[in-house]
Design a binder for this molecule. Structure first.
Ligand code: ADP
Length: 694
């Protein structure tokens, strides 16, 4: 309360308490009341006025005469009415009580004014018999308070936005109705595209109209006013009084916008860009539809201040978000590094404790790592080896191997169990089995190799002893078997002379078994010779087709279950090859005996002899148990026999195909298998044709 106000109130009290001095008759009091800035009212217990001082016209627009026709309660803002009715009742109940209230009252121009009113119950005073009220306009003060409150709410958002995203809608809602009847906020991204836009309206049903209006000028670079212009220019704008004149240019530019502006009842408009370090990140607009709310330069300054704080809040939220993301990212990177480090140490520990020598090298052959087992195997310490060329452990005559290895690695091909020889620091040789894998960098580029070398000296020694034993045993067996075979022949002749058919039958069976035994011993002897590189081959041209026919005839003599069917593509023309006729014959004996052995349910084997390009080709096809693809590359290995739980075991040593392949290769040919499990197998032997003039 101002000094002036309190003085006038005291004067009134003094006047009304002094029974000898009548109010309003005194010149001083009258002047005070009639010229004071406060409004003085007298009313009865129903709120009907009997007196209003002239300043009522300044405060609420009515002349005193007009005002006293009205009931005080009819002008109070509906939201304030309940509290004011209650306050008035309290006043009536307590004679002499003086009570001050703040509420909104309708101005004659139908805008709302905040007033502060002090009512005193002097109904019981015989000279007065009225409620004496004095009030004054506090709209400006209220507005300042409200705006302060608004700013502090935005500042609060600043604090809360640090840990969660602020919603633009909350901000827009905050502006209505204190500062605008509708408010719009838009944000743009780094490409100046609107990424978020919200609107709030005092009347939620009109939001769609606000939206329609935006649709009218959205994306128009030439728009005269509005969000689009603010975003483009980065300059605040104010249309204090919206008149037909001010919106005409809008109508010209965009006729569809005008009816919407009219329906919205736009009276006044202002907007400010949201600026962060000089860059426009969005804009906020305020619109008034109240006839008496026209934005002023002052209001615009306030809007700019709101925009400034909002931009700060948004920028902080963004920075916070970025910082959070960075934090998460950094944590993830740290975790990853930690895991990688652990992995690295784990791997290093495994490598270090491995019994196999593990060596890392670049594609140029420079040694990059050397584990403990490598130190033991090759005799070089890690310090001595790292940085040196891998050549230092490769014997001079095997250096070409390194080129092949590197060539394979460059193509990403792994090398498995490659048996070779390496040299130690002291010059001695060591048999090793190498497995070499390409090492790739994070982009998948091959940058080197990891080599595992296993010392197979012992294994080699055992194999050697085994080979020696096989060689010795087969030699030792050969002589007695040959001798038994000889005596069998002798007995055959004797029993033939005696005409003892039964004994002859027994002898014939014995002979068959002896033949099997002889072949077995022969195979073992061949194997030993192959191992020792001592298998010798004659070299003379011969007719392959004839050889095949002979072999078929012989093998056919040993079987009564299968018919061996020969198909020679051009019977009149011999197929000649160069080499050891007996050894080549051995191949077909092996293939035919296998074909019969591994097709117990079939009754025929097909043999085909053809010429294909420069090759003579012999195919042996059976309709037996077949070979699953996984085994195709192994069946030619020494002592290899397929061992599947669901397949019965067949007698054999697993050396027939090994010897066959060896013989074929010694004749510069090759052997191929094609087979499907359960459907049968075809072996094809390719041998270069012999040309007379060659
Ligand atoms: P084996 O003395 O065991 O027959 P081979 O070296 O001749 O030895 O053959 C190796 C393995 O290949 C055999 O044990 C058998 O499992 C498989 N095999 C060879 N020929 C055939 C075939 N015609 N049908 C199915 N499996 C075969």
């Amino acid at each position: 309360m101002t000094i002036e106000q309190s003085e006038s109130q005291e004067a009134l009290h003094a006047a009304t308490n002094n029974h000898h001095i009548l109010p309003f008759h005194d010149r001083h009091f009258r002047a005070l009341i009639e010229h004071g800035s406060d409004v003085i009212l007298l009313s009865d217990q129903h709120g009907n006025y009997s007196y209003a001082s002239p300043s009522i016209q300044r405060v609420l627009g009515y002349t005193p005469e007009e005002f006293i026709q009205l009931n005080g309660f009819s002008l109070i803002h509906p939201d304030d009415l309940p509290s004011q009715t209650e306050a008035f009742e309290r006043l009536l109940a307590t004679p002499g009580l003086s009570d001050t209230q703040q509420f909104r009252t309708l101005h004659k121009d139908s805008s709302w004014r905040w007033i502060e009113s002090t009512g005193t119950n002097l109904l019981h005073e015989p000279e007065i018999q009225a409620i004496v009220t004095n009030f004054h306009n506090i709209t400006v003060r209220k507005q300042i308070e409200e705006r302060q409150h608004l700013l502090s709410q935005i500042s609060n958002l600043f604090i809360s936005s640090l840990d969660h995203q602020i919603t633009l809608q909350d901000v827009a809602d905050l502006m209505v109705p204190t500062l605008a009847d509708y408010c719009r906020i838009a944000l743009i991204d780094s490409d100046n595209q609107v990424k978020a836009i919200v609107a709030s309206h005092i009347d939620p049903q009109k939001i769609s109209l606000v939206q329609d209006l935006y649709e009218q000028y959205k994306g128009r670079v030439s728009a005269t006013h509005g969000i689009q212009t603010l975003l483009k220019t980065g300059q605040p704008e104010l249309l204090s009084v919206v008149t037909e004149e001010t919106i005409t240019p809008i109508g010209q530019e965009n006729p569809a916008a005008l009816p919407i502006i009219h329906t919205l009842g736009l009276q006044s408009y202002m907007g400010a860009p949201l600026l962060v370090r000089g860059k426009t990140i969005g804009a906020i607009t305020f619109s008034s539809v109240q006839p008496h709310r026209h934005y002023t330069g002052n209001d615009l300054n306030f809007a700019i201040e709101i925009a400034r704080r909002l931009a700060l809040v948004l920028d902080n939220a963004r920075l916070y978000q970025e910082a959070q993301e960075e934090l998460v990212e950094r944590k993830e990177t740290e975790e990853l590094l930690k895991r990688r480090e652990e992995e690295h140490y784990r791997l290093a520990a495994i490598v270090e404790s491995s019994n196999d020598a593990i060596v890392g090298k670049t594609l140029e052959g420079k040694i990059t790592s050397w584990n403990h087992a490598a130190e033991l195997l090759f005799g070089y310490s890690a310090e001595e080896a790292i940085g040196q060329s891998i050549i230092m452990i490769i014997p001079p005559e095997l250096r070409y191997e390194e080129d092949t290895i590197i060539g394979n690695l460059r193509q990403g091909i792994r090398i498995q169990h490659f048996e070779t020889v390496r040299v130690r620091k002291n010059g001695t040789r060591v048999n090793v089995s190498l497995s070499i894998s390409p090492v790739k960098d994070s982009s998948g580029k091959i940058i080197g190799a990891a080599k595992i070398a296993r010392d197979i000296t012992q294994q080699k020694e055992i194999e050697q002893r085994k080979d020696d034993f096989i060689s010795m045993a087969s030699h030792e067996l050969k002589t007695p078997v040959t001798s038994i075979k000889g005596f069998t022949q002798l007995l055959v002749r004797r029993f033939q002379r005696l005409g003892d058919e039964e004994s002859l039958r027994f002898l014939s069976r014995m002979d068959t078994q002896l033949n099997k035994l002889t072949k077995l011993i022969g195979d073992l002897l061949d194997l030993s010779k192959i191992q020792a590189g001592r298998l010798e081959y004659r070299e003379e041209p011969f007719e392959l087709d004839q050889l095949v026919e002979e072999v078929i005839e012989n093998v056919q003599g040993t079987t009564s279950t299968h018919a061996l069917v020969l198909d020679i593509s051009a019977p009149e023309q011999h197929v000649r090859v160069l080499g050891d006729r007996d050894r080549v014959g051995q191949i077909f004996i092996n293939l035919l005996t296998n074909a019969i052995k591994y097709s117990p349910k079939a009754d025929r084997v097909l043999i085909q002899v053809t010429q294909e390009g420069d090759n003579a080709v012999v195919r042996v096809q059976d309709f037996g148990i077949g070979i699953a693809p996984d085994y195709h590359e192994h069946i030619f290995d020494r002592f290899y026999q397929i061992n599947e739980p669901d397949v019965k075991t067949y007698p054999g040593l697993g050396i027939g195909l090994y010897i066959s392949k060896e013989i074929v290769e010694q004749h510069h040919g090759h052997i191929k298998v094609s087979s499907k499990k359960g459907e049968g197998t075809t072996f094809a032997v390719f041998l270069p044709l012999f040309h007379e003039e060659a």
